[in-house]
Design a protein around this ligand. Structure first.
Ligand code: URA
Length: 236
């Protein structure tokens, strides 16, 4: 990668500011002063410093966020977006992996790893997303079978759609865990409505084997750990 591109990316500055810094003799590569803006580096091997600070190149970033209500799962909009909560990662141009409704809380993954995003959100993905749900109404044992057999709902385009087998684990009369493989528009709410219950609270708690970190307060986020990234990469 060209040195000016690397400096611009890692310091989150414009290309012309990056060129200026290089020409101003502030950048070293492997402890050698470099003033040639077109100098080529191996970003995975070479140690590039701005004054005394090592510039870290992270190709892929994976974040988990505990989404609060009131934020939309979009990159731009007139309302607060989940990206507003992770503004320090703006330069990485992260995408949201699987949307949550504005009034849904919980686990959202964000990454700039397009291949992974595709795998996790593909309709063919066989990865369960698990939700904790509270309803107005009463869960009945027979609902378990109905969820398992698939329910007829409408998708985001208004077409009739039969859901894939879903797991309903009843906690008590009004709360349950629901695991689904797809992510149709308002899917959990529509499935509950189909069996006569209105969702009053919804929180995603798991995507595949990735659990929402219980130490994350609403609005907090962290980078995924090595084993979590390894697991996700095993899916691609
Ligand atoms: N299902 C819903 O109805 N809403 C969400 O936010 C996620 C799944």
């Amino acid at each position: 990668m060209r040195l000016d591109k690397f400096v611009s990316y890692t310091l989150d500055i414009t290309r012309s500011d990056s060129k200026r810094l290089i020409k101003a003799e502030t950048i070293t590569v492997n402890d050698k002063l470099i003033t040639d803006i077109g100098f080529n580096i191996d970003e995975n091997v070479d140690i590039v410093k701005y004054l005394d600070d090592v510039l870290e190149y992270e190709k892929y970033i994976y974040l988990m966020l505990n989404k609060p209500q009131g934020y939309i799962s979009a990159t731009i909009g007139n309302e607060p977006t989940v990206l507003d909560l992770i503004s320090e990662y703006k330069k990485y141009k992260l995408s949201i992996v699987g949307r949550l409704d504005k009034d849904t809380e919980g686990l959202i993954l964000l990454t700039n790893d397009g291949a992974l995003n595709h795998i996790l959100t593909s309709p063919k993905s066989s990865i369960y997303k698990k939700y904790y749900v509270e309803v107005a109404g009463v869960f009945k044992e027979e609902d378990v079978e109905l969820f398992k057999n698939g329910l007829n709902i409408t998708d985001g385009k208004g077409n009739l759609y039969t859901t894939l087998p879903a797991k309903l684990e009843i906690i008590n009369n009004t709360s349950a865990y629901i695991s689904i493989k797809e992510g149709k528009y308002h899917q959990v709410k529509k499935m509950c409505s189909k069996v006569g219950k209105e969702v009053v609270y919804l929180k995603r708690i798991q995507i595949g084997k990735i659990n929402l970190d219980p130490n994350l307060e609403l609005g907090e986020y962290r980078q995924l750990e090595e084993d979590e990234i390894k697991y996700l990469n095993s899916l691609t």
